[in-house]
Design a protein around this ligand. Structure first.
Ligand SMILES: NC(=O)c1ccc[n+]([C@@H]2O[C@H](COP(=O)([O-])OP(=O)(O)OC[C@H]3O[C@@H](n4cnc5c(N)ncnc54)[C@H](OP(=O)(O)O)[C@@H]3O)[C@@H](O)[C@H]2O)c1
Length: 335
């Protein structure tokens, strides 16, 4: 029988894309419950041509769900995760609350779908910068072992949520009308016509939490403890799709031809065959695929490459990956 599905955070940036992706992929469901905070109760959202009323997230509204997609806040994930687990309900969590827990698989199905075999009802999806990166690294490590990874990101405002997208648009419109910028609420500085070299709060060693998430999650998904990794995460005035400039050093020779073949074979990834062509965030928007381009040798190390990777942060970076995990659970007979 098809599962009863609940979406916590249905009114958010990820939640709304989740509905469109579930429609497009014809994800099987007997019933769909749309849940959010009390602020959104009564709001109506369209799914498969039907209007569904959003309800407050509560024990009563979660009752009867077989699988819960949670795209809200860490506090919300922590509030409902244990409650759902006790009842044998699977929660696929978009947030960072459980990602590094030893008993929680952190999954990109095309990379480490086998980790779904040992789930204990809570399954996390990675940060939206980690997912495209591990897809590219997973392909490349088939050619030679990874020795070191460095990256700089160019992250879209929808990665912060719907309110950040509204802030960028409001500032951009004010600039266009030669008016004063409205009060800044989401970011530490104006984001329109600017770039901000800080994503999330500062943490260990003066790296930001986003930079540490990228490092720790990459190691966990690829099962490479201690992989040398450093990144600088930057917010840019782009609405949709995160971009990353990545440098990879290998333990041994990784011929370009074999790297191309491995990237071509990686499910869900498109490799630009001509290194002089590239894919922009706008071109990757509303697409489920991860795009690698500008692949070229990095002559500053003995065995290395540099490349550009782009993907839609709300799709493969969030909603699509969550739905693919559920599809994979069904395929493995685990839902
Ligand atoms: N955006 C991305 O690219 C991305 C990628 C990967 C993972 N994620 C993760 O996905 C999650 C959601 O991100 P988002 O960008 O969609 O954020 P968002 O646009 O700010 O939406 C947040 C959602 O959470 C709901 N919510 C807030 N408090 C709640 C509560 N107490 N109970 C139930 N629902 C509550 C909100 O409902 P109301 O509308 O009622 O306030 C809204 O639906 C975050 O954990 C984020 O880290 C995001």
């Amino acid at each position: 029988m098809d599962p009863t599905v609940a979406v916590i955070g249905a009114t958010g940036a990820v939640g709304e894309v989740f509905l469109r992706v579930a429609e497009q992929r014809e994800f099987p469901m007997a019933k769909l419950k749309l849940l959010a905070s009390p602020r959104s109760a009564g709001k109506r959202l369209t799914f498969r041509g039907q209007q569904i009323t959003v309800e407050e997230t509560s024990e009563a509204t979660l009752e009867g769900a077989d699988i819960v997609f949670c795209s809200a806040t860490s506090a919300v994930s922590k509030q409902w995760g244990p409650w759902l687990r006790e009842r044998g309900v699977i929660m696929i969590d978009d947030g960072s609350a459980y990602r590094m827990d030893a008993d929680v698989p952190l999954v990109v199905p095309e990379v480490n779908g086998d980790d779904l075999e040992w789930h204990n009802h809570i399954i996390s999806i990675p940060n939206c910068t980690t997912t495209p990166l591990v897809m590219a690294l997973n392909a490349m490590r088939q050619v030679a072992p990874l020795k070191r990874v460095t990256a700089a990101t160019y992250q879209a405002v929808t990665g912060t949520g719907a309110a950040a997208a509204r802030e960028l648009m409001a500032q951009t419109e004010a600039i266009g009308r030669h008016e004063a910028i409205p009060p800044i609420e989401v970011y530490p500085q104006q984001i329109a016509l600017n770039v901000l070299p800080q994503v999330d709060d500062f943490d260990e060693d003066d790296y930001t939490k986003e930079e540490l998430k990228m490092r720790n999650e990459t190691r966990k998904i690829l099962h490479i403890d201690g992989l040398p990794f450093s990144s600088t995460c930057v917010r840019v005035p782009v609405v949709l799709s995160h971009s990353e400039a990545v440098h990879v050093e290998f333990e041994s020779d990784a011929p370009m031809k074999q790297l191309h073949e491995a990237l071509r074979a990686q499910e869900g990834l498109v490799i630009g065959e001509d290194p002089k062509t590239w894919v922009s965030p706008l071109q990757a928007a509303n697409d489920d695929r991860v795009f690698v381009s500008r692949l070229r040798p990095d002559r500053s190390v003995e065995h290395g490459v540099a490349f550009w990777v782009v993907s839609d942060n709300l799709r493969k970076g969030a909603a699509t990956n969550a739905i693919q995990i559920a599809e994979e659970l069904i395929r493995r007979g685990k839902l």
